[in-house]
Design a protein around this ligand. Sequence first.
Ligand code: FES
Length: 137
Amino acid sequence: MARHIVARTSEIPAGGNKVFGLEGRDIVVFHVNGEFFALLNRCPHEGAPLEKAACVARLTSPEPGIYQRDRVGEMLRCPWHGWEFAMRNGQSWFDPKRFRIRSYPVAVESGAELQKGPYVAETFPVHIEDNYVIVEV
Ligand code: FES
């Protein structure tokens, strides 16, 4: 992987993002909670630009009526169809197979594993050196 110095840390505001063309690909770098994340700027579903995605929290429910938010700002909600991806590793948290009208056997399993979808957004390592954001592509 080649290292690309893409910006000073101050050029990507907290809660914002910036798109860079690196080796023929558009890469979007997000600045969230003091960390930087780089993803391919293309949703793996139908190709929406992830720079337009909302940065949201992960919502979980340990029991009916109780909701918990974590990873605040680290989840991307695609602007086209609302699929959600974890910024840290690109993992989708949407499973299209669950929307078929059909009956299935029922089992009780760990909620965290059940919610992960089959799609993963492509991510790239990011480093900060001397106030510069460096992306490896
Ligand atoms: S293009 Fe992103 S959810 Fe459909």
